[in-house]
Design a protein around this ligand. Structure first.
Ligand code: BTN
Length: 252
């Protein structure tokens, strides 16, 4: 067993990531899971807000204390994406796609976001992995309906947070254990590539902090970075916002 899960459930929190980080800093053990029915200041990537109305989504964070080299910690979010993909298949019979690095999509729309943050603790640096899954259409604002979706919209069925939570924690345990093995990075990358249409041969646009590039995906590096073949050569992308591009879109 990689960790012993302990789940704390709250009616309302500012952010499950913030609560998990606070408890990690106080010495919480690896495997502590924080779940809230709503978040009042849910956090997304790139300082964005993650809307989290009551009972409209699963708002979940887990404390991890990885002992492997920090240069592969970026694989933790890919691992979490693989776990979410398995949990949604098992709990909701929903097949999803993963957009690099860790957005879960259904019908090309975002259904789940993952935010990993490091936290300094007396037992060393820990990682909080936060996962937000849209369960109903109320979990995102109307203006996002062209780019966002929910489990309910994708399956036609309402699923309660707990239905997804239980298989999610088991999948996280399974893939975290796999990641800690000596061939862990290769295993996680293989599992990720099997679930993602973005792994190979996808024409994409990547917006990095100071540059935008267009190219075709060519798999992942051992640390999870995305290989992109561009007209000027192979580029390795470590961070950036990825969108898929239709070929005629690129020419116009
Ligand atoms: C993204 O922008 O794609 C990442 C969104 C992550 C949202 C989840 S909801 C549970 C956890 N707590 C937070 O404040 N954020 C993450």
């Amino acid at each position: 067993m990689a960790f012993i899960p302990e789940v704390l459930q709250f009616d309302s929190l500012p952010s499950t990531n913030v609560e998990a980080a606070r408890r990690a800093a106080e010495g919480a053990a690896e495997g502590l899971c924080i779940v809230a029915r709503e978040q009042t200041t849910g956090r997304g990537r790139l300082q964005r807000q993650w809307l989290s109305p009551k009972d409209a989504g699963l708002y979940f964070s887990i404390v991890l204390r990885p002992e492997f080299e920090q240069n592969t910690w970026s694989l933790l979010t890919l691992m979490a994406a693989v776990a979410v993909s398995d949990a949604l298949r098992e709990a909701c019979s929903l097949e999803t796609d993963i957009k690099w690095p860790n957005d879960i999509l259904a019908n090309d729309r975002k259904l789940c976001g993952i935010l990993a943050e490091t936290v300094e603790t007396p037992m060393g640096r820990a990682v909080v992995v936060g996962i937000g899954i849209n369960l109903t259409e109320h979990s995102f604002p109307e203006e996002l309906e062209l780019v966002a979706t929910s489990v309910e919209a994708a399956t036609g069925h309402h699923h309660r947070p707990k239905t997804v939570l239980v298989p999610l924690i088991s999948a996280l345990e399974k893939y975290y254990r796999a990641l800690r093995a000596s061939s862990g990075p290769e295993t996680i990358i293989r599992e990720w590539c099997e679930r993602s249409s973005y792994a190979e041969g996808k024409l994409i646009r990547v917006v990095e902090s100071n540059e935008t590039l267009i190219g075709t995906t060519r798999g992942l590096e051992r640390d999870g970075a995305l290989r992109v073949e561009t007209p000027t050569g192979l580029r390795i992308v470590h961070a950036g916002d990825v969108t898929s591009v239709r070929p005629n879109q690129e020419l116009s």
